[in-house]
Structure formats: structure tokens, C-alpha cells
Design a binder for this molecule. Sequence first.
Ligand code: ADP
Ligand code: PHD
Length: 451
Amino acid sequence: MKVIKFGGSSLATGPQFQRVIDILQADPDRQVVVTSAPGKAKEFPVKVTDLLLKYADQAIADEDFSETVRALKNRYGSIAQYFHVDKWEIQDLYAQIDDLNNHHYPTYRYLRAAFAAHGEYLNAQLLTMILKALGEDARFMDPRQIHLHFEGRNTVLDEEATYDALGQIKLEDGVRYIFPGFFGYNHEGRMVTFDRGGSDITGAILAKGLKADVYENFTDVSAIYAVNPNLVDHPRAIHSMSYNEMRELSYAGFAVFHDEAIIPAIKGQIPINIKNTNDPSAPGTWIGPSKEQKSEEPITGIAASKHFAALYIHRYLLNKGIGVTLRLLQILNRHHVSYEHMPSGVDDLTIIFDRDQLNDEQIEGIQTDIQNEFHPDTMTWHDNFALIMIVGQGMVGRVGTLTEIVTPLKEAGISLGMVNQGASEISIMLGLEPKDADAAVQAIYHHFFDK
Ligand SMILES: Nc1ncnc2c1ncn2[C@@H]1O[C@H](COP(=O)(O)OP(=O)(O)O)[C@@H](O)[C@H]1O
Ligand SMILES: N[C@@H](CC(=O)OP(=O)(O)O)C(=O)O
């Protein structure tokens, strides 16, 4: 059995839905289907999830949302019309859009989650209707088995409850099960969403929980490329890579697959195949356990992400102080802040944060407490910081890779704020100004791949 997830670009229009149906019908093993909300298309520049969040914010602010609701109905209506879906069935979807604003939600966060989740919730219902009309035995699955709750800014999966519940599902031959992605429910039965792009995570959880042979993830590119295709023309495709390589690359900016979606796949040892809905015969990219044979290329991919911030602290004999790191972490804990990385030198260290997770009050509070407790010689806050991750199993034990990475940067006149190599040796992280990040990625890519 295969779990097959379609991204928003694959389900954006009627013709795209037809491609999805052809892909499903080409393989009876594609039994568990995960849908995203309709994404962008040439004629629809805004994703349905963004429209729903706009609708939510307008409802919260007591503003007129009639135009937004019209746009939402138009998205589902145009797909339904393409397949001549029964008028009453479309009306039912429209009523669910209208009804969103008639419910009570305990907080704005739950309200926004319920609105956003309906992008996939309605799309899964629509796909089920269309498949049934085509004579398929298709069943809509409300993802009640996926137990989620909000914890601070994060969404947490209750693994035991989820995998117990999924373990109870007995799949019948010849039936297709259509699950909406991106959300689950808390113990009060409220919809709780993952972060943006989280339908990939739903697919991975179902693949593990239902013991799939493979997790197919259909998107709008024919492979994962060694570099973001928006930065380099015709970049080299990655045919296969390890879970750990993908985890690092998606963490650092390969938005094609959500970084947290790797974890259930690793735990269930489910191979992942990224494929293109518009070119389904292309082999795509395989992601699985570590390759036994060493790759010929030292580098598998280069990713960049610009949503970080960094705090640089310098004080002579910082390394001699006992419990310095512990006390720093206690300060972060007091301000409910988590950090991403903490590379250190003899007398200094840098703490790297996800900028999107911080507010101004926390930034101020952390600096004041560090000032009072450590009296650093220098402390500087970099509000915008970019990280580049150069990843490759082929770097392990290889001599001179770092020189090869920094040489093209020197030639391009790009200065680095930080260099850090992970203990696993499969990645090297560079920290630099966001304005230099794209040029740095291009320079490193051309050095390694344009030979
Ligand atoms: N290294 C990469 N390889 C392939 N695509 C990438 C890479 N980095 C970023 N992307 C972007 O990811 C996009 C696909 O992800 P996404 O838009 O989330 O798709 P979907 O709607 O199918 O979920 C591609 O169109 C591409 O622009
Ligand atoms: N629809 C949600 C979740 C998702 O995973 O979408 P996509 O598969 O289009 O990235 C979002 O836009 O974030």
C-alpha cells in the first residue's frame, strides 16, 4: 500500500484534479490519499489557505468578508464545475464556508486554525465526491486519529494516541481513503493545524501509522534539486538521498518538503518518493536510510534560509566560567525562548534564533538579563541573519571541503559571520548577512556542480 500526498499546486484547478485522478487510477496501491488545499495557479494567484486566513482575520476584526467568501467559493466551484459535480453537493461545501463564522472558538488561535484547516477539509470532500461520481469506492476520512495540541507556539503530536488510533484502521482492498492534510484534533475535538506546509507531515504520519510501503509526495517539480530552482537555472536533480540529508536541507530552506515530515518517515523506515504531478513518469527523488555506498559527489545540496537572528556575546575567559551555558539557557527559558544553534569560540559565543518565534519584548528581556548576569565586553544583536547549509554524506572524512566552499565566496567578495560543522560531518553551516545569501549559494553551487 502506498500513501500519496498531493500538494496545493497539484490540486489548484479542475485540470490539475484530472491529473491527480489519472495518477491514482494508474496504480491500485495508491490507496491512502492526502490532499492539500487548492494552491496557486496562473489564474489564481492566492492560495486558498491564505484566503481562509484573510477570512478569519476579517471575521475577528468584524470587517466585511463577503468578497473573500466569494473568492473561496469560486475556487471550489470552478473545480466542481469542471467535473459536473451535483449542485447540492457544491452547495454543501459552500454552506461549510459560510458556517465557519457561526461557531464559537475559545481563542483566536483556534478560530484561525479551524478556518485554515477547512482548505484541506473541503478539498478532500470534493475529491471524494468526484472519485465516487467516477465509480470509485472512495471514502472521506476526517483525521480524528491524528491527535494534536498547541503548546506555546508549537503544534505537538500525541504520538501514542495517534499511532494507536491509526493501528485500528483496517484498509479494505479496492477502497481509496481520502484524508485532508495539515490538521488533526485536540482532546476537546477542536481542529489544530501544523505549521504552514504541514500536509507533508500528515502524509508521513499516515505512512508510518498505516505501515505504507512507500510515501509518495506529489508536487510541481520533477525532483528535488541540489539548489532551489528559483536561484539557479536547470539545477542538478538529486536522484536519491538519506533521511538525514533531507532533514538538514529542508530545515535550511528546501521548502519542497516540510522538515518535520521526515521524522515519522524515519521512525517507520518508510521510503519517500518526491514526484511531479505534471510529469508523473519522471523517477523523482528517493529519500531513505543512509546510503551504504559513498556518493561520488561530496555535496548533495545547498540550502539557504533568511529567517534567523543572532546574538553575539564576547567576554574574556568566558570558557572558564562554570555553568555559563546553563545560566544562558535559564535566561532563555525565563523568556520562553528556544534557540536554534549555539556555536562557541574561546571567549565568545553566538546564539542563533528563529526570528519568527521572537517578539521585541523577549529580545529586550534576554539582552538585559545577559548584561546583568554576565557583563559581556561586547554583545551585539543581529536582527536579520541568514544560514546556508551545505549538506552531503560524501563530505564525511573528505579533505579540503571547507576550503572549496569558502574559496568561491572569497572570489565573490562575500564575508562570513560564522562557520560551523556538525559532529555528523554531513553538513557545514555558514552564517552571513541575508543580502549575501543568494549570491553565496549560487557561487558555491557553480563551484561544485558546473564542472
Ligand atoms: N531544492 C529544491 N528542489 C525543488 N524545489 C524546490 C527546492 N527548493 C525550493 N523549492 C520549491 O518548492 C516548490 C514545491 O513546494 P510547494 O510549493 O510547497 O509545493 P506543493 O504545493 O506541491 O506542496 C517548488 O515549486 C520550488 O519552487
Ligand atoms: N495548505 C497549507 C498546508 C500545505 O501543506 O500546503 P502545500 O501542500 O500546498 O504546501 C498551506 O498552505 O500551508
